[in-house]
Structure formats: C-alpha cells, structure tokens
Design a protein around this ligand. Structure first.
Ligand code: BEZ
Ligand code: FE
Length: 287
C-alpha cells in the first residue's frame, strides 16, 4: 500500500497494528492514531508549527529529572490527570473523593505520634488538624496510615527550600488510633503557583492562564482491605478554588480552616495566641 492522502493515511497506520500480540497495546495505539490524526486534520499545522510542537515536547522531556516531572505537570494542567482520576474513582457513598497526587510527595515521610508538631520550626499561623478515617459505613479504622504534606504560609514546600527547613518539614506519617482518629500541629498553608519556570509555565502564559493552586493539605491514606486514598483538603474562601490550575477542586474536599481564640485547643493543649483548626472525616473505599 502506498500513495496515502490526508484521509487514507489513518486507516493505513491502524492496519499496520494487526500484528500486535498485546490486544490492549493494539487498542490503545489505534485510538492514539485515530485521535492524533483527527487533531492534526483539525489544526492543519504549518511545518513550522509542527516543528514548534516537537520542540515543546522535547523541552518538556529535557526538563524532567528525578525530582521534576514536567510531563505529569503537563497532564495536570491540561486536565488529563483529573480525567483519569474521574474514570478510575467514581463517587461512592461514605467514600472521600480523590484528587491529584502532585509532585511534592516524598516516599516514607517521618513517622510522628498523634498531636505532634510537624512544622519543622517554620514560622506561620499555628494550625491544628484533627481527623478520622472510617469505612464507608462509618466504622472507624484503627491503624490506618495517614501521610500528610503541605506548603508553608508563603506557598513553599520543604523540598523547595531546604536551606530554610534544613530537611523535611510540614510532612509526616501518622497512624490512626482505636477510634480512627489522628491529629497534628503545623502551620497554615497558603495558595501557591505550580512550578512554572519550564515549558508548562510557558504554555500557561500562551494560554492566558495563571499557575495558582488554592491553599490545601495533601493526604494519602491506606489501610489493609481498603483502596488507597490520595486527596487534599482545600481552604474554604480561597480565591483560587474555582480556577485551580490543575482542576483538582471538589466541593466535598473544601473545609473552613476555623480561626480560634487563644485558649484550649481541640487536643486539650492551652494556646497563648489565636490558632486555626481544620477537621476532616475521611472515608475509604473497600478494596
Ligand atoms: C500540588 O498540589 O502539590 C500540585 C499538584 C499538581 C501539580 C503541581 C502541584
Ligand atoms: Fe500541593
């Protein structure tokens, strides 16, 4: 077969997949060719535009390191990560909704006991976070592993400012008690822009978009017999809730970080100055 034109080239490429031994690989490849060709037929790029597209993908790859995944950032900012999340995690009664993982998770965070302060000595508005982890029917889960991580009051994670923090901070691993409860002290996080000094930042600029995410705290929760939950809790009232650059906000994940006067905190500690309190009850899906 030869002499393909704008239309016949698509089936010619798909026909060439008939020898694939892996059915899923053939299915995914055929869909990729079909949609990619349709995209090119719609856009009708000039040769220079095609070269710019190749250069963009090349730069995106070159930006990737062990600690920077520009392709995931591209997926996040084009809404693909949340689309994959929606396909794989439908809403279910008693189960907390999920959202993107993001690039700032660190494997094996420091293990802390209930009520410990994880701020690493960073200055900010004191915040106590209390929560529970439950089965879909509301039964508390004992021994659930709760990983948390968040930014500081200027919007920076520890991994972006090791000179200041001197190591990991504002991240930890907790284990729920017999009532499914956990709690910790830290500082109130702020909204922040995603890393936008690379090709994805340039893309956002061209698209007339800002790079900001509303203030949030990340949670990754697992327990035997349940699906791992990857989610955040967002700060009610944040000005970026409706324009999150990665489309990750769901109403069910928004909570007030309640400002409390000096006095007794929910864990019984006496605070000499005002502080904030966030509470969330998480529900895990049976596996
Ligand atoms: C984050 O919340 O840490 C995040 C998520 C997606 C892209 C960039 C950052
Ligand atoms: Fe984040």
């Amino acid at each position: 077969m030869r002499n393909f034109d704008e239309i016949t080239i698509t089936d010619a490429v798909i026909d060439r997949l008939s020898g694939a031994s892996d059915r899923r690989a053939a299915e995914v490849s055929a869909a990729l060719v079909r949609h990619l060709h349709a995209f090119v037929r719609e856009v009708r790029p000039t040769i220079e535009e095609w070269e710019r597209g190749i250069a963009f993908l090349t730069d995106t790859g070159k930006m990737c390191t062990n600690t920077r995944q520009e392709f995931v950032l591209l997926s996040d900012t084009l809404g693909v990560s949340m689309l994959v999340d929606a396909i794989n995690h439908g809403a279910a009664q008693g189960v907390t909704e999920s959202t993107v993982l993001g690039p700032f998770y660190v494997e094996g965070p420091p293990e802390k006991g209930s009520g410990e302060n994880i701020s690493g000595g960073l200055v900010g508005d004191p915040l106590i976070v209390t929560g529970t982890v439950n089965a879909p029917d509301g039964t508390p889960i004992r021994g659930a592993v709760v990983d948390v991580w968040h930014s500081d009051g200027d919007g920076y994670y520890d991994v972006q400012q090791f000179e200041e923090t001197g190591g990991l901070a504002m991240r930890a691993r907790f284990s729920t008690d017999g009532d499914g409860k956990f709690s910790f002290w830290s500082i109130r996080p702020a909204a922040y822009p995603i890393p936008h000094d690379g090709p994805v930042g340039a893309m956002l600029e061209k698209q007339g978009r800002h790079p900001w995410r509303p203030a949030h705290i990340h949670f990754m929760i697992s327990a035997p017999g349940y699906r791992k939950l990857v989610t955040h809790v967002f700060a009610e009232g944040d000005k970026y809730l409706d324009t999150d650059v990665v489309f990750g906000v769901k109403d069910s994940l928004v909570r007030e970080f309640i400002e409390m006067p000096a006095g007794q905190a929910p864990d019984g500690l006496i605070q000499n100055s005002p502080f904030f309190h966030l509470h969330y009850d998480f529900g895990l899906h049976l596996s």
